[in-house]
Design a protein around this ligand. Structure first.
Ligand code: SAH
Length: 216
């Protein structure tokens, strides 16, 4: 059997991290966390050889594993710290989940595609990553587990889901790409008080859409 994480993979990964740094990500905690996650084990077999290029790739159910630069960018904006309770909407491949766990967060992750919900567990389990998995509609959040210190949405929302804002702790941060297939902006919402959110915009991105309901 091929070694799960070989010297070759580690070398390629280091180069990838250097290239993300050169694109302007200066948060070394995030870069180090990404340096520890074997991205090739999260990829569809047809694309494994491209795991350490800075690109998004198709995964099952017509979805994508986000571009590494985008993962770094969102994670940086989220200001993840050890022990924080993080809700991730859109488990997908589980790659972003692993990065959040490497930063010491307690991760609740929700996915609406049943196949991805199952596949992510098969990938993350053997690597000893232990988020709490949910199969459902992330638009609803997880009211039974609120409030969350951080909420990360990894699919594009036409507007920021109010239910998710409600589930953010005071002092908490939510990061979401807002828009549709014609254009999306990265938005950060900081809940400064119970009733007041500070909104900021952080450039243009391209994500698959946040969809309602769950899919068999
Ligand atoms: N972080 C993932 C990104 C996957 S793409 C990765 O890097 O692999 C976005 C994911 O969001 C897809 O898997 C999609 O099925 C999921 N998604 C879209 N709408 C959703 C919703 N309402 N609730 C939960 N997951 C959703």
């Amino acid at each position: 059997m091929e070694q799960a994480d070989s010297f070759r993979h580690k070398g390629l990964r280091k180069k990838l991290i250097d290239s993300i740094r050169s694109k302007g990500i200066i948060n070394e905690d995030v870069l180090e966390a990404m340096g520890r996650v074997p991205r090739h084990l999260f990829m569809d077999s047809s694309f494994v050889n491209f795991s350490y290029t800075d690109k998004a790739f198709p995964i099952a159910a017509g979805q994508t594993i986000s571009q590494p630069y985008t993962v770094a960018f969102q994670t940086d904006l989220l200001e993840v710290k050890k022990h924080l309770k993080v809700l991730e909407v859109g488990t997908g491949s589980g790659y972003q989940t692993a990065v959040l766990l490497e930063l010491g967060a307690r991760v609740y992750t929700i996915e609406r595609q049943r196949q991805l919900f199952l596949d992510a567990q098969k990938t993350l389990g053997p690597l000893n990553y232990k988020p709490i998995y949910f199969y459902g509609d992330g638009y609803e959040g997880l009211s039974a587990y609120q409030p969350f210190d951080r909420i990360l949405i990894t699919a594009a929302a036409p507007e920021i889901p109010q239910l998710l804002l409600n589930q953010l702790a005071v002092g908490g941060i939510l990061v979401v790409p807002e828009g549709d297939k014609f254009g999306q902006k990265m938005i950060r919402m900081v809940r400064e008080t119970e009733d007041h959110f500070q909104r900021s915009e952080h450039g243009h991105f391209s994500f698959v859409p946040l969809l309602r309901g769950k899919n068999q």
